[in-house]
Design a protein around this ligand. Structure first.
Ligand code: ZN
Ligand code: ZN
Ligand code: ZN
Length: 343
C-alpha cells in the first residue's frame, strides 16, 4: 500500500508552498509563527528517534521559509523565534560528523521541493511517501539527516536573518546621497532627487524618502526647498508600493509628524491635486517647479501655480495625511507588532 501523509501535513505543505512561492493564501505571519513554535517544541525531543526526524524536517522548513521572514514580514518576534530555534538546532549539529561523499548533499533546492521534503521528513510515513514519490533509494534518503547538510542549512538561514534584521529594523545610512543631492553652494538639487526617484529600477524610493525626512528633521532645508523636499518625501512613500520596513518608516513618520494637520484655508484647490494622478505627472510638476526652463511642461495649470498655493499649510496637511495613511497600510500589509515600528 502506498504510504500517505496525514491530512494536516498535506495542508501544511500547501500553506507553506504558497508562502515560499510568494502567493500565500494562509496568513503568512501566523502560519510561520506556528511553524517556529512547533519547531521549538521539537528541539526538546532531540534524544528520541522522532525528535531526530523532526530536527531534520524543521531545519529544512525554516531554511525554506526564512527568505519570506527576511523580506516580506516585518516582525521582530518572528525573527526572534526563527533565530532561537535555528540556533538551538545548530548547537545540536556536528558538521564534522558528515561522512557523505563529495557532492552528496542536496544543493540549490527549489523551495517548494524543500517544503515538501521538510514536511515529509517530520514523520516516518511522510519519509516513506517522499522516497516513493521521488524514487529515492535509502542512501539518498539518509542524506537529509546528515548533520553536515543540516548545519549548512541552519548557518545559511541564520546569516540571512541576521543581515535582514539590520536592514529591516536597524539604522540605514543614506549619507552617501549628500554628494548626489547637495550642490557645491549648499542648495538641495530637487531635480536630481526627482531623477533618482524616477529611476525605479534602482529601488531609490526608500532611500530618497529617508534622506528627505532626515534633512527635514534636522532643519537643513531652505524655505524655497521645503515643498520640493517634502514632495520627494511624499513620492518616496506613495511610490513604495510594497511598503518600507521600520528602519525607514520611523524617520518618515517623524518627519510627517512635524506637519500641523489641524489647519484651514480659503483656497478652493491646491496644486498637487492636479499633479498626483500618475507617477509621470508628479515628476513633471516637481521638476518644472525647480527648473522651469529645462522642463517647460507641467500638469499644474497656471491659476494654481502660485507659490503661495504650493506653500499653503492645508496643502502640506493633505499631503501628510495621505502619506500617514500609506504608512499605516504598510503595517497592516507587513504585520509585526506596533513596537516593531517605533523606536
Ligand atoms: Zn553529509
Ligand atoms: Zn490653501
Ligand atoms: Zn492624492
Amino acid at each position: 500500500m502506498t504510504p500517505t501523509l496525514p491530512a494536516d501535513h498535506r495542508e501544511l505543505i500547501s500553506d507553506l508552498s504558497g508562502i515560499v512561492s510568494d502567493y500565500p493564501y494562509a496568513d503568512p505571519e501566523s502560519t510561520l509563527a506556528v511553524l517556529a513554535g512547533d519547531a521549538a517544541e521539537a528541539l526538546g525531543r532531540e534524544a528520541t528517534p522522532q525528535g531526530g526526524r523532526e530536527r531534520t524536517g524543521y531545519t529544512i522548513l525554516l531554511h525554506a521559509t526564512c527568505w519570506y521572514v527576511s523580506a516580506r514580514i516585518f516582525s521582530k518576534s518572528l525573527f526572534a523565534s526563527y533565530t532561537r530555534v535555528l540556533e538551538g538546532f545548530r548547537a545540536q549539529l556536528d558538521r564534522a560528523s558528515c561522512t557523505c561523499p563529495a557532492g552528496a548533499h542536496p544543493a540549490e533546492l527549489d523551495s517548494e521541493y524543500e517544503v515538501e521534503a521538510g514536511v515529509s521528513m517530520l514523520t516516518e510515513t511522510g519519509r516513506a511517501a517522499f522516497a516513493e514519490d521521488y524514487g529515492l533509494d535509502p542512501e539518498e534518503s539518509a542524506v537529509f539527516d546528515c548533520e553536515g547538510f543540516l548545519a549548512g542549512l541552519a548557518d545559511e538561514a541564520l546569516d540571512r536573518l541576521h543581515e535582514a534584521h539590520q536592514e529591516l529594523f536597524g539604522g540605514i545610512d543614506v549619507s552617501h546621497l549628500d554628494a548626489q543631492f547637495v550642490r557645491d553652494d549648499g542648495r538641495i538639487d530637487v531635480v536630481a532627487m526627482q531623477e533618482a526617484i524616477s529611476r525605479s529600477w534602482e529601488d531609490n524610493t526608500g532611500p530618497v524618502a529617508l534622506w528627505s525626512a532626515r534633512r527635514w528633521l534636522t532643519g537643513q532645508v531652505r524655505d524655497e526647498e521645503r515643498i520640493g523636499v517634502f514632495l520627494c518625501l511624499w513620492m518616496g512613500i506613495a511610490q513604495s508600493y510594497g511598503g518600507l520596513p521600520p528602519s525607514y518608516a520611523r524617520d518618515l513618520a517623524a518627519a510627517l509628524a512635524t506637519i500641523d494637520l489641524d489647519v484651514t484655508c480659503e483656497h478652493r484647490q491646491h496644486p498637487w491635486s492636479t499633479a498626483d494622478s500618475t507617477v509621470q505627472s508628479r515628476y513633471r510638476a516637481v521638476v518644472h517647479l525647480y527648473a522651469p526652463d529645462d522642463h517647460p511642461e507641467t500638469p499644474v495649470p497656471a491659476e494654481l501655480s502660485a507659490r503661495e498655493l504650493w506653500e499653503c499649510p492645508v496643502h502640506y496637511a493633505r499631503l501628510a495625511q495621505e502619506a500617514l495613511k500609506d504608512l499605516q497600510g504598510w503595517r497592516t500589509m507587513r504585520g509585526g507588532d506596533d513596537e516593531d515600528w517605533e523606536d
